[in-house]
Design a protein around this ligand. Structure first.
Ligand code: GDP
Length: 313
């Protein structure tokens, strides 16, 4: 039997776009999406998992297209009331979104795992493919900046990625266990491809790779490993990926992302605009339009990625 399982590693916005494309062209049981949880944090007493939620909302068709984050048809009564009372309003929590965090927090406190809660939320939101947190243990991304050490959301949301980044660490990663189903999938003979989504390598993909055993399992899995560049023509489509590269002394470009993943990659999909970079790249390169604006763009890119991966078998 042909291997049929596609394992996608994803952060939030960029990753969720490709994950949605994959979900539209694959049977639900053939797609497993592993979400970064390094962005997770506790805020207002709530357990917030931004990348899991971005994936859930995108896969359920509940994502807010105008804002580019959060939920569709959102209202803000909670936030307005909180601000009026002098509460912390720098992290915007819409009313509908809030319910997810409240319920997740309640169930975590009762001892359920983040994986079990996520699986149940996905079922209730009629999401077909599995969304798996990279780990059920806490991992927290922290950044050393010119303003000192910052927690991820302080940097990302409160300070809008303004401080220059010097170093990024994943607190707890060395002691955390990768989600067992994630490792099992990497060992599976049914594995068709590992897809590294066009997510920020530093803060979305590297936390996943930092978990014990993950890099080795990806390196030795029998399926092709293929990434999509989150950088198009030297720039990030959204967010601080290119800015971080400059601050970390790396040339912003598709080639630099591939270099970060090193020998993990068998194949790499870069944007047609970046053909000039293909020559400098180690892994097998596929050129394609990689800007995902419409749903059709997402599906097309997902097909390109799977075809390129299958050609590497
Ligand atoms: P975050 O966790 O919400 O920051 O999201 P990700 O890490 O998954 O995604 C951020 C990255 O996605 C950025 O580097 C963007 O350049 C990239 N990105 C967003 N949209 C697209 C797109 O349509 N095409 C490509 N190739 N990259 C994208």
């Amino acid at each position: 039997m042909m291997p049929n399982l596609v394992l996608a590693l994803s952060g939030g916005i960029g990753g969720a776009k490709l994950a949605l494309g994959l979900s539209r062209i694959l049977p639900a049981r053939d797609l497993l999406i592993v979400a970064n949880t390094g962005d997770d944090f506790e805020h207002l007493g709530l357990a917030i998992s931004p990348d899991i939620d971005t994936l859930m909302y995108a896969l359920a068709g509940l994502d807010n297209q105008e804002l580019g984050w959060g939920r569709r048809d959102e209202t803000w009564s909670f936030m307005e009331t909180l601000a009026r009372l002098g509460g912390a309003d720098w992290f915007r929590l819409g009313d509908r979104d809030l319910a997810v965090h409240v319920e997740r927090t309640r169930r975590l406190r009762l001892g359920e795992t983040l994986s079990a809660i996520t699986a149940d939320f996905c079922r209730r939101l009629s999401i077909g493919p599995r969304v798996l947190p990279m780990s059920d243990d806490p991992v927290r991304t922290r950044l050393r900046t010119e303003e000192g050490w910052l927690d991820f959301q302080d940097y990302f949301v409160r300070l809008r990625c303004r401080p220059r980044v010097r170093e990024i660490i994943f607190t707890g990663a060395a002691e955390a266990r990768a989600q067992p189903d994630f490792l099992t999938a990497l060992l599976s003979e049914q594995l068709r491809a590992v897809v590294i989504c066009p997510s920020n390598p530093f803060i979305s993909v590297e936390p996943i790779l930092a978990l014990p055993g993950v890099r080795a399992a990806i390196a030795s899995c029998q399926a092709p490993v293929i990434a999509v560049s989150p950088i198009i023509a030297g720039r990030a489509v959204k967010g601080p990926t290119a800015k971080m590269m400059i601050e970390l002394g790396i040339t912003p470009g598709a080639a630099s992302v591939a270099e970060r993943y090193g020998n993990l990659l068998d194949g790499y999909v870069i944007d047609s605009n970046d053909a000039a970079e293909a020559a400098n790249l180690g892994p097998h390169v596929t050129l394609a339009p990689t800007l995902m604006t419409t749903l059709a763009d997402r599906e097309r890119l997902a097909s390109v990625v799977l075809e390129a991966a299958d050609a590497l078998r």
